[in-house]
Ligand binder design. Structure first.
Ligand code: IPE
Ligand code: IPE
Ligand code: MG
Length: 245
């Protein structure tokens, strides 16, 4: 058996899905659900700090979410702006390093400035890496990694023959953090929706029907318990894994 410490994922990613349905059940506008989802974000951060998770990567806005009605996109942008004002002090106080991952150029200058400000301010923190994926797409991540590698080749710093899986991985968004161990999706859908495509290759997948605003410590503890029972074989046999540990 692996040691108990190895049973706690170092890096957890969450597709925070189900806000709209949560609101609909209450006959409220979808934005009400997004608002309610903020509490679950706090729960997830607190849970990660308590359990010694090193990196928590949250999918807050996909590159495809721009296709939603303008009113919903606008409400989400307002919410991000307000959340940045409201939450950063406490996160900073708790030693959380905040990083926004995704193509930030698409955001209004005011919002982008606040995101950059929060990243700068918390850059020295080490209790938890909180990565917030905004205007993020897994295909975008791979494409931007390929572009950076191509630029390094053009500058003469890298030979094309040196572009291996490892070199390409080093240009992806979360390259400096532990490999993704656990990929959680709330809200009942069983799909990846263009989240961490590269990083998900050997992550354990966990799906729950719980809608994001209802997620609490107990729900996240269930995901971790489930993870602890998984056998990660990486292509080997169960016997090889048992004998290796
Ligand atoms: C996830 O909840 C939040 C974002 C995509 C921003 P949804 O808004 O997708 O909620 P459902 O899936 O419609 O219930
Ligand atoms: C994925 O959820 C994006 C986020 C949670 C931010 P969606 O609700 O946008 O995904 P689809 O449309 O159901 O695939
Ligand atoms: Mg959804």
């Amino acid at each position: 058996m692996a040691s108990p410490a190895a049973r706690v994922p170092r890096h957890v990613a969450i597709v925070m899905d189900g806000n709209g349905r949560w609101a609909k059940k209450r006959l409220r506008p979808r934005s009400f659900g997004h608002h309610a989802g903020q509490k679950a974000v706090r729960e997830a951060v607190e849970f990660s700090l308590r359990n010694g998770i090193e990196s928590l990567t949250l999918f807050a806005f996909s590159s495809e979410n721009w296709n939603r009605p303008a009113t919903e996109v606008g409400a989400l942008m307002d919410l991000f702006l307000k959340a940045l004002d409201k939450e950063v002090d406490e996160l900073h106080g708790n030693g959380v390093r905040i990083r926004f991952v995704g193509d930030l150029d698409a955001f209004a200058p005011e919002l982008r400035q606040r995101m950059l400000g929060a990243m700068e301010r918390t850059a020295g923190n080490a209790a938890l890496n909180m990565n917030v994926a905004v205007n993020y797409g897994g295909r975008w991540d791979i494409a931007q990694a390929a572009r950076k590698a191509a630029e390094a080749v053009a500058r003469g710093e890298l030979a094309a023959s040196q572009i291996t899986e490892d070199t390409l991985a080093s240009y992806t968004c979360l390259a400096d953090q532990p490999p993704l161990d656990l990929f959680i999706r709330t809200g009942g859908e069983h799909r990846v929706s263009n989240f961490l495509l590269w990083q998900v290759a050997y992550a354990e997948l966990y799906f729950t029907d719980t809608l994001w605003p209802d997620v609490d410590q107990a729900c996240l503890a269930e995901a971790l318990d489930d993870y602890a029972r998984r056998e990660r074989r990486y292509g080997r046999t169960g016997e090889q894994v048992a004998n290796a540990s």
